[in-house]
Write a protein that binds this ligand. Sequence first.
Ligand code: 13P
Length: 251
Amino acid sequence: MRKPIIAGNWKLNKTIAEAEELAAALVADLADVRDTEVIIAPVYTALSRVAEILENSPIQLAAQNCYPQETGAYTGEVSPLMLKDAGCSAVIIGHSERRQLLEETDQLINLKVKKTLETGLLAILCVGETLEERENGEMLEVLTAQIKGSLADLTSDQMADLVIAYEPVWAIGTGKTASNEQAQEAHSFIRGLIQGLFDPETAAACRILYGGSVKPDNVDGLMAQDDIDGALVGGASLKIEDFSRIVRFGQ
Ligand code: 13P
């Protein structure tokens, strides 16, 4: 009942021309994919050009961040409204790189989630513990605080347009994936949190993606877990063969 999502987070990579080239290759390569939702998230500057390339394809466009205001005196920021205007249907929010490098708090992330949902875009909310937190036995506490803080004041109806990405920080860009069991444990815990904050139906319908060194050779095992509904892919989303294989997991 939960349609899988494979999303590519291109991070700070690709010029406009390179982004157009990769997007065009994906459109050609993934034209027959129906049972999985595919999302790509290029840098801001490439969004509107990539949107044109994706126009008649099922591949959806996401931004990697947003600011929680529509318009105004917020120099350097981009709002969900502007992202929608550029052709986006989704926004990645609260990525660990932003939490760490830019000190984003759950409170700010919560505002971004709300503005994104108000604008009618899909919110892809990232959560995940650092290695130190895991080793100190604080993983569940950290996930609880991130989920509660980021989802504060949301309704069950709004949760229909929100996807969670569990990305253990120690697995991002390190080549060290969480084991299938570690990932399943965290996903099942997160689903339990959603049930406690909302209701069983909302929890059962909520898609939870795994992110952190997802590659062609580990995606099948991860996707076979009960509570893993997709992947948020970094490095491997920049390579057409790897990303295509990940989209076609289990085949
Ligand atoms: P990698 O797949 O490169 O580990 O990155 C994961 C990630 O941060 C996706 O948002």
